[in-house]
Design a protein around this ligand. Structure first.
Ligand code: 5GP
Length: 202
């Protein structure tokens, strides 16, 4: 089996009988690496509720196109978009910049543009913003295609790795500069189906 889940129970200084005080550290193994749960499914969905509420307020009355960046943002895009009550459309484009657990540095071709975004408010839906190279590439393309307004939503954001000035309007969680998987994000193609976000420990 490619993904194994191990649950370790750590009894804190509280009385062990108090079940609510037991910290559960979930670990999983994908291929040759071990990851530990960093953000639970419940925390992710609560945060998306908040982000959607904010967007519904901020963008009320506008003609909005949500633009999901594949592959990683497909779960975030779905969970976010179903909470949006604006008159809105959604479309997806695809590119890739990562192989294994370190950036290859090369940004590949953007494919899948089939939406006329001229004079539209665009909300870019990113799974994670790391260096910001991908984001910059997408924003450049949106400017060329004459979007009237560009908003950025990122489920995860690594401030320590970010090298750009583009403001990220909606951030799910700021995380340390470590490799993560789950909730759409993969390690060599695996782990996208995990409901929580896990961080690499070894
Ligand atoms: P950036 O261009 O901002 O450096 O990286 C953005 C893309 O790299 C993301 O859309 C994602 O596909 C990938 N990426 C960046 N950090 C991570 C990470 O910690 N885990 C995984 N699985 N992918 C990452």
């Amino acid at each position: 089996m490619l993904i194994r889940t191990k649950i370790s129970y750590y009894f804190h200084i509280f009385a062990p009988a108090d079940i609510s005080k037991i910290a559960v550290m979930k670990e999983i193994r994908i291929l040759d690496k071990t990851f530990r749960e960093l953000i639970t499914e419940k925390a992710i969905l609560c945060r998306i509720d908040e982000l959607a509420r904010q967007m519904n307020n901020d963008l009320a009355g506008k003609d909005v196109v949500f633009l999901g960046i594949l592959n990683g943002a497909f779960l975030f895009a779905a969970d976010l978009f179903r909470r949006i009550n604006l008159q809105a459309r959604i479309s997806f484009v695809k590119l890739a910049s990562y192989e294994g657990t370190s950036s290859s540095g090369s940004i590949k071709e953007l494919i899948g543009w089939n939406e006329d975004i001229k004079n539209k408010t665009i909300v870019v839906i990113e799974d994670i913003v790391d260096t910001g190279n991908t984001l910059e590439r997408i924003v450049d393309e949106l400017v060329i295609r004459k979007a009237s307004e560009i908003k950025i939503a990122a489920m995860l954001y690594k401030p320590a790795a970010y090298t750009k000035d583009i403001p990220i309007d909606y951030v799910g969680f700021k995380i340390p500069n470590d490799f993560v998987v789950g909730y759409g994000l993969d390690y060599d193609g695996y782990g996208r189906n995990l409901s929580s976000v896990y961080t690499l420990i070894k």
